[in-house]
Design a protein around this ligand. Structure first.
Ligand code: GN1
Ligand code: MG
Length: 369
């Protein structure tokens, strides 16, 4: 373990109060996050080390986040929303004037104001799924008119064609000698790859737009208040132009799986129809007004795309010798791969149900509005 001089790092930021304690926070797979507890009336803070091996352009990343949070804050002010400081993240300036600090060891740090009395959830219920759908739809809706083009913090992050190419490269190199164990999975993924790459083709034909999306819509990237109401969308590193499928599909990948993405007991993996219906209802309630008909038609595709893509990403990392995702044991990425493949297969069994349900919602809205 590296030792980290958190006091020295925090001294680079314009924070109030005296630091009492710095303790680990959350369980993200990418960044390292700490809760900074302060004395007296000063706010608490969140200190985060930005993983710049993954987010290579930290300046662009923080620029995106500043733009997006300022835009959301203005929208909330314009609609006279109460408790705004609990509904949008606020970043603390470093002494350099930027919202991040680069230390001597080339590590990048940022500080946000800690939002107190919040709850994070790891599991989704049909009730919370409806609220999450509404909140992520609303997040996209607030950002449809950001006046500046955002850059991609991870270029081609959710580009399925690129993810397939990365898998093919990992297969060709087989650096960890693991291909022999997973050949059947690779073959199965290859069979559906063309179908799963349809978004990129439609985009090239000018038929599918990119919009500003969150691109990591897990329930644990949302803060709730003590009563279970959604307060705030967090973890904004991947906010960038993408297909809206990213937000809609990736939420259901984790939220509508009966179990965690790394459960090795595949009998527990499956697609939770009740959560799908609740999330979709909430999402369409807030997003319907700006979505095009092709985006709506392809929502069932989005639900299958994300377990498929995540399976490809976990498998690629497994073949590459686990260089991207943090792992807790040697076959962790393999278990994740198998889990996501099982989920993908089960989602495909629900294709018709999803299409029918979305049609029923859309028709209903047409009649009632
Ligand atoms: C990563 O760190 P976390 O858990 O928020 C990843 C997501 C994956 C997810 C899989 C930047 O997110 O894309 O879906 O792990 N984020 C990045 O658990 O690669
Ligand atoms: Mg997260």
């Amino acid at each position: 373990m590296e030792t980290i001089d958190t006091a020295g790092i925090l001294a680079q930021f314009e924070i109030e109060g005296t630091v009492k304690e710095v303790k680990p926070l959350g369980n993200g797979l990418i960044n390292d996050t700490y809760h900074v507890v302060t004395d007296g009336d000063a706010p608490g803070y969140v200190l985060q080390r930005i993983n710049n091996a993954i987010f290579q352009d930290v300046d662009l990343l923080q620029h995106n986040i500043e733009l997006v949070t300022a835009h959301i804050r203005r929208k909330l002010e314009a609609s006279n929303t109460d408790d705004i400081d609990r509904r949008v993240l606020q970043f603390v300036k470093a002494r350099s004037g930027k919202t991040y600090y680069r230390d001597e060891a080339d590590r990048y740090w940022r500080v946000m104001v800690y939002i107190p009395d919040t709850v994070t959830n790891e599991a989704v219920t049909p009730e919370s799924a409806y609220d999450c759908g509404k909140a992520f739809g609303n997040f996209e809706k607030m950002l449809v008119d950001v006046p500046e083009q955002l850059g991609e913090t991870i270029p081609d992050f959710h580009n399925m064609e690129l993810r397939m190419r990365q898998l093919q490269e990992a297969v060709a190199n087989d650096v960890a000698g693991r291909l022999v164990e997973v050949r059947d999975i690779v073959d199965e993924l290859e069979r559906d790859a063309d179908e799963m790459c349809q978004a990129e083709r439609l985009y090239r034909e000018g038929r599918l737009p990119k919009r500003i999306c969150h691109c990591d819509t897990k329930v644990n990237n949302m803060l709730f208040d003590q009563l279970g109401q959604v307060l705030c969308v967090i973890d904004l590193d991947t906010v960038m132009p993408s297909f809206i499928f990213s937000d809609y599909g990736d939420f259901l990948r984790t939220g509508a799986n009966f179990t965690a993405e790394d459960d090795s007991d595949l009998s527990r993996v499956g697609f939770n129809e009740a959560i799908f219906k609740a999330f979709t209802t909430g999402y369409l309630e807030s997003a319907r007004e700006f979505l095009t008909s092709i985006e709506i038609e392809l929502l069932p595709y989005a639900v299958s795309l994300f377990p498929f893509m995540q399976c490809v990403r976990f498998l690629t990392d497994y073949l590459n010798g686990d260089t991207y995702y943090k792992i807790k044991y040697p076959t962790h990425n393999l278990d994740r791969t198998r889990n996501q493949l099982a989920l993908y297969r089960d989602v495909r069994r629900h294709d018709q149900m999803m299409t029918d349900f979305i049609h029923s919602l859309v028709n209903q809205t047409i009649i009632t509005t």
